[in-house]
Design a protein around this ligand. Sequence first.
Ligand code: SAM
Length: 208
Amino acid sequence: MIHWQLIRRGIVNQRLLDVMEKIPRHAFVPPDCRKHAYEDRPLPIGDGQTISQPYIVGLMTNLLDLQGDETVLEIGTGSGYQAAILAYLTKTVHTVERNLSLARQAQTTLHQLSIANVAFHTGDGSLGWPDAAPYQAIIVTAAAPEVPNPLLLQLADGGRLVIPVGARYRQNLELWEKKGENFQHRSILPVAFVPLVGEQGWPEDKWF
Ligand code: SAM
């Protein structure tokens, strides 16, 4: 996974590669998927949700450019795999999940791996998590029709937001950076994520 899926595709950040080598991805997927845990694809984690392809996890994390002392917000805890990676790369992680059973399972998995700098929250992450804002980095692991304004408002000066934005089956991964009162953004590559369902995302019934 590290060599063929990450390094060969241009992810060369050694700190990130070391963390992704260390974290047991198989611990984050259901037992019947474990034999596929290191394959080059997303996998089902229950309730119609997925753990993202390793390359996309690496790419999105790399774009955050973490130095080790940030407070990071993740929207879409899912299996907890992305949160575990962030936990090793920075000081504090806040992760928000709308599905209570996924959030509970993720919390158990991180506890078993003795990862203690992740705060779990349940609710509509399309509104961010204002209580711990501002964040030096925000990562959204579900697709929004547009960038949710509350997330931009919760970004610290110089902070980075990585988010898939677009339509039902195809989105673009976007990187937003806050510079003073302004935001710069660029499109990174086409992706296909499950929906961000919520007030600033997709209404549940319109998605399907
Ligand atoms: N980061 C996850 C991981 O490492 O396994 C993968 C996340 S999965 C692709 C997307 C997740 O976003 C799902 O668990 C889904 O329930 C969650 N989600 C969708 N809309 C949400 C919202 N408004 N707030 C919080 N979580 C949301």
